[in-house]
Write a protein that binds this ligand. Structure first.
Ligand SMILES: *Cc1c(COP(=O)(O)O)cnc(C)c1O
Ligand code: SF4
Length: 340
């Protein structure tokens, strides 16, 4: 099976009717569409209303941009000192070597920046980005994101990771990717080996939103990373109609921990254009997070976060457990007085 890069490919694959395809023609002109052969096959056997479907198949609802939505929802541009670098927090930077992804998620927070037309950093630009990190001794962690860095060849990944390892003040490289669940066969032993180097610790954060994404192939890809000694984290976007349900989140976080992935962040969806149909309210998110406390162990608890629009960074979004009157709520909803 070939990858899908357009609505007509999705119609040809049988995942959309011609009528449904016609209804999203305008949406697909504005926001990139792509599914890997692996996902096309996974979806071909999935029932209507499948949690993967809504994440990847364009919907007419994307045509509506809510007044609060913006092209750069988390203010990347405001904090980009050189092309490919976002430096918002003192001790860490984002490095974005490319803008392409294996798949295009319908709720993507960088949907106005990622896409097949978005070029990779040229060798000169990459050198300049690495020079920036080298010149900033306060940068301890480099988060390689994009786009999806796992689309780079193992040779190019090894070059970037190796260059960072030579910068004495950089202790950690973290790669953010959707490839283990979007194109698991791409996580080859060569790619895994390319992530590891002496001189720094490599971590991988995988973007997963539903336990159904952890197929046998995806679990095997995660195992290749974990067996190589790479610590794994997850990022999940809280999405209406996909995972805004405590039982669904419980199943996801258990499955992640079972596969040696520590749930790291549960993101409240950013104000990306054409995504309001995916966004629950913060109060709904807080209720789900509270419910999870009583359902799963601490290993399975991510931090619920909101990226503050405008580039002010992330803020924990869970409701307070300790009230202003000094009482503390337990996992069953009972309040207790705490007297130090
Ligand atoms: C999210 C983000 C990071 C990483 O933040 P952590 O809380 O350390 O995961 C770093 N830089 C920017 C610009 C970010 O948006
Ligand atoms: S993989 Fe990440 S960056 Fe790429 S489309 Fe999905 S959410 Fe956006």
């Amino acid at each position: 099976m070939k990858a899908a890069h357009s609505v007509s490919d999705l119609v040809a694959s049988g995942l959309m009717t011609p009528e449904a395809g016609a209804a999203v023609a305008g949406v697909a002109e504005r926001y990139a569409v792509a599914l890997t052969p692996y996902l096309l096959e996974t979806l071909a056997g999935a029932p209507e209303g499948d949690p993967l479907h809504a994440q990847y198949i364009p919907s007419p609802e994307e045509a509506y941009t809510a007044p609060s939505e913006r092209a750069d929802p988390i203010g990347d541009h405001a904090h980009s000192p050189v092309k490919g670098i976002v430096h918002r927090y003192p001790d860490r930077v984002l490095l974005k070597p490319l803008h392409a992804c294996a798949v295009y998620c319908r709720f993507c927070f960088r949907r106005e920046m990622v896409g097949p037309g978005g070029e990779a950093l040229s060798p000169v630009e990459l050198t300049a980005a690495l020079d920036y990190v080298r010149a900033h001794g306060e940068v301890w962690e480099v988060v390689i994101t994009g786009g999806d860095p796992f689309l780079l060849s193992p040779r190019r990944l090894a070059e970037i990771v190796g260059a960072l390892a030579e910068i004495g003040h950089v202790g950690v490289v973290r790669l953010h990717t959707r490839v283990p669940v979007a194109d698991p066969a791409r996580v080859t032993p060569e790619l895994v080996a390319a992530l590891k180097t002496d001189g720094l610790a490599s971590w991988v954060a995988v973007h997963v939103n539903h336990a159904a994404e952890l197929t046998a192939e995806a679990r095997a890809a995660l195992a290749r990373l974990a067996d190589a000694g790479i610590p794994l984290l997850s990022q999940t976007v809280l999405l209406k109609g996909v995972n805004d349900d405590a039982a669904v989140l419980e199943a996801l976080f258990r499955a992640l921990v079972r596969n040696r992935v520590k749930p790291y962040y549960l993101h409240h969806p950013d104000l990306a254009p054409g995504t309001s149909h995916f966004r629950p309210s913060i109060a709904e998110g807080q209720a789900l997070v509270k419910d999870l406390r009583g359902r799963v162990s601490g290993l399975c608890q991510p931090t619920y976060v909101l990226d503050i629009p405008g580039g002010h960074g992330k803020a924990p979004a869970a409701a307070a457990w300790i009230a202003e009157d000094g009482t503390v709520e337990d996992f069953q909803g009972n309040r207790h007085r705490y007297e130090p």
